[in-house]
Design a binder for this molecule. Structure first.
Ligand code: MLT
Length: 332
């Protein structure tokens, strides 16, 4: 197949694809550059950080397959995809493990002041008295969006000895049962905000979730709580969060995703000792990226032989999500 790899994926996957396919690589290219590269391409492989807009896809008359090497679909013009009957496949499983662990890492680091303590002691300042922190054990963990990733964070919280609450877009008895089996109690969005000592956000960015965590939601949060966002920038109103931190209402925040991402942007939350900011590295572990790479290679080989994913062997189909209709909130 003629492929365009538009994001950095695992090098072994690129090498494997190059052995059997015609591969062009252009990582995180802007729209005009993508348009120039796609006219003969049959498949696009990409992560976040690149916009798969209608203008890009219009320039690719041979395009049949979009392979999202991860979870989110907020960088794809989904209307165009479905109107033009393109096949969209996501690989959300491997990254979920890595994102869930980073969520825990941010909560632990915030609760124990690890980053400021490290900075001080590396400069010779023995700040033992000032650096008293909090346990996670025994606290309430709230998951906003207890789907694929959020459920994993909840599971980790339950194993850590936390009381875990989770809300979902469409609460049903079946969802309550699924979550209960993982140690998560289904709750309303409001209860999650009001009762949690740690709130971890995992909803996809959609019109209905833009600024879901706004001034009012932040005001509802328990005084002294911590907030972490590993979903998408735009789900949390960063200016409102800055005010909630500066007023002392929230104790700390960790964000891996930002309203403005990419080289050269400075977050409005920067410079606060109780804030941790990471550059959208949630899914960036060697383990998860290697696993995603293996699945990409298997999926491309399958698609080349048979473009109907519903008939693929379970060993491949079971590791991807084949999106046949407009992606809904519950799948992230
Ligand atoms: C994802 O949606 O899978 C993550 O944002 C990781 C990525 O694509 O870089």
């Amino acid at each position: 197949m003629r492929l365009l790899i538009a994001s950095s994926i695992h090098s072994e996957a690129i090498a494997a694809l190059q052995r059997h396919h015609d591969v062009v690589c252009a990582f995180n290219a802007p729209e005009e550059q993508l348009r120039a590269l796609v006219p003969d391409r049959e498949a696009l492989i990409f992560r976040s950080g690149v916009q798969i807009s209608a203008r890009v896809m219009e320039a690719a008359p041979h395009l049949r397959l979009l392979l999202r090497a991860g979870s989110g679909t907020d960088n794809i013009d989904l209307d165009y995809v479905y109107r033009n009957h393109l096949t969209l496949i996501r690989i959300p499983g491997p990254g979920a493990k890595a994102v869930a662990e980073l969520s825990f890492s941010l909560m632990l680091n915030l609760a124990r002041n690890v980053i400021p303590a490290n900075e001080q002691w590396q400069q010779g300042h023995w700040v033992k008295k000032e650096m008293t922190g909090y346990n996670l054990t025994g606290k309430v963990l709230g998951i906003v969006g207890a789907g694929n990733i959020g459920s994993r964070v909840g599971q980790l919280g339950a194993a850590w000895g936390m009381e875990v609450l989770g809300c979902v877009e469409i609460p049903t008895p079946a969802e309550a049962e699924r979550l209960a089996a993982l140690g998560i109690r289904l709750a309303s969005f409001e209860e999650v905000l009001e009762r949690s000592d740690f709130v971890s956000v995992h909803v996809p960015l959609m019109p209905s979730t833009r600024y879901l965590i706004d001034e009012a939601a932040l005001a509802r949060m328990k005084p002294g709580a911590f907030l972490v966002n590993l979903a998408r920038g735009g789900v949390v109103d960063e200016a409102a969060l800055a005010r909630a931190l500066d007023s002392g209402h929230l104790r700390g925040a960790g964000l891996d995703v930002h309203e403005r991402e990419g080289e050269g942007h400075i977050s409005p939350l920067a410079g606060r000792p109780n804030v941790i900011l990471t550059p959208h590295i949630g899914a960036n572990t060697y383990d998860s990226q290697r696993e995603i790479g293996e699945i990409i290679v298997a999926a491309i080989d399958q698609f080349a032989a048979n473009p109907d994913p519903t008939t693929w062997p379970p060993a491949v189909l079971g590791r991807v999500v084949y999106e046949r209709e407009l992606v809904r909130e519950s799948i992230q």
